[in-house]
Design a binder for this molecule. Structure first.
Ligand code: S3P
Length: 427
């Protein structure tokens, strides 16, 4: 029986989630390196993407304010970046640090990448090692994080077998090949998001993908492009999860990216019983998009297998919160990468679930959550991790609104306006 305090609210509304974070970073970097002027519509004006814009500005690229609908960027070309006297501050953004490392490895000057306390702890050897193998001199901090000094210059080609399934590592190598104009080939242990490949191809670069390997053929000019950024499926996932757990109604999510390397969370929610309809298929900036129509059903537990993890890696915090409201035991394995995200998301998710009254356990490379419909209450410690704040914000709304979040503001890292949208659809 559901107790009155725990009764989830009805939902309604149509939401256009902000632009995709991964694509926004890449759109800025590729526009900066292109031979000519590009425009980008619908870029995500979040703290992480602002970090990329600020780093590029420090390197001499005229990037305008990101708060406008369309941003115009005059590319400086692959050899047009200029040295920055000051360290390059990547803030909280792993994508900024790792992808810029690839670009800077091929740029003939010395740079230093720095970041906030969370980013400084995150592993950088995974990008430093392949870039060193290409001939760059790169020194992460003694514990393998930031600050990281990069002495860039001419590079040699590389074939790299990546130990971790990481789009950031793959992209750093592809960008080093692009700027250094040398052939690179990356073999990944599992398919990761392929935005870099798609975006390079759309800008005239020969990138070939075949059976887990991605190769960039040098020699072509990086063309400017007028493009648009699709809605971020990782941001949409919070509202799909909310609708799935709600007490009734429907949430419509407009123009959400449904690139198959990113849609694992929607597959899992459907498997758990949620009703998710896909309508109005279209192409936005070379990426498939659709309107998602999500409504609640009785939810059951599921098992998330290792091979599924790359397609939903950033959605595991919110999926853990859905599991907390689903009947039975949900088990996630093969997700050890969660330990080196903005926080140790295995420890932080499980600790916070327990703090609010959910039965959950850590696994070395995942977690187990046993769902219930009892009211939940307690204080969530986010460690400044945006996805922890938003996941537990959604869980609070559906479980009696007695979960307090220590830092709601960190949602601006990926989703400015998140709390306003959450209040709007649960009015
Ligand atoms: C990203 C890749 C993923 C993801 C991150 C964004 C990207 O990280 O978790 O939020 O834009 O390439 P890894 O490459 O470390 O898996």
């Amino acid at each position: 029986m559901t107790s009155p305090g725990a009764r989830p609210p009805r939902v309604s509304g149509s939401i256009r989630v902000p632009g995709d974070k991964s694509i926004s970073h890449r759109a800025l970097m590729l526009a900066a390196l292109a031979e000519g002027a590009s425009t980008v519509r619908g870029i995500l004006p979040s703290a992480d993407v602002r970090s990329t814009a600020a780093v590029l500005r420090s390197l001499g690229v005229p990037i305008p304010d990101l708060d406008r609908e369309t941003v115009s960027i005059a590319g400086v070309g692959r050899s047009g970046l200029r040295t920055s006297a000051a360290p390059l501050d990547c803030g909280n953004s792993g994508t900024t640090a790792r992808l810029m490392a690839g670009i800077l490895a091929a740029s003939p000057f010395t740079s230093s990448l720095v970041g906030d306390a969370s980013l400084s702890r995150r592993p950088m050897r995974r990008v430093a090692a392949p870039l060193q193998a290409m001939g760059a001199t790169i020194a992460p901090s003694t514990d393998g994080g930031l600050p990281m000094t990069i002495h860039g210059g001419p590079l040699r080609g590389l074939t790299w077998h990546s130990e971790t399934a990481s789009a950031q590592v793959k992209s750093a190598i592809l960008l080093a090949g692009l700027v250094g104009d040398v052939p690179v080939e990356v073999h990944e242990p599992a398919d990761t998001r392929d935005h870099t490949e798609r975006m390079l191809r759309a800008r005239g670069i020969d990138v070939r993908s075949e059976g887990g390997s991605i190769a960039l053929v040098p020699g072509a000019t990086l063309l400017p492009l007028d493009t648009e950024v699709p809605g971020d499926p990782s941001s949409a996932a919070f509202f799909a999860a909310l609708a799935a757990m709600s007490g009734g109604g429907t949430i419509e999510l407009e123009s959400v990216g449904i690139n198959p390397t990113r849609t694992g969370a929607f597959n899992v929610l459907t498997r758990m019983g949620a009703s998710i309809g896909f309508e109005d298929f279209a192409d936005v900036g070379g990426e498939p998009v659709a309107r998602l129509v999500v409504s609640p059903r009785v939810l059951g537990a599921t098992t998330i297998e290792p091979q599924e993890v790359p397609s939903l890696i950033d959605e595991l915090p919110i999926l853990a919160c859905v599991a907390a409201r689903a009947q039975g035991e949900t088990r996630v394995t093969g997700a050890g990468e969660l330990r080196v995200k903005e926080s140790d998301r295995i420890a932080v998710v499980v600790r916070n679930l327990r703090a609010v009254g959910v039965d959950a356990d850590e696994l070395p490379d995942g977690f187990v959550v046993r769902g219930s419909d009892r009211p939940l209450a307690g204080r969530v410690v986010t460690h400044g991790d945006h996805r922890i704040a938003m996941a537990f914000g959604v869980l609070s709304v559906v479980s009696g609104r007695a979960i307090e979040i220590d830092d709601r503001d960190c949602a601006i890292v990926s989703f400015p306006g998140f709390w306003e949208v959450l209040a709007h659809v649960t009015r």
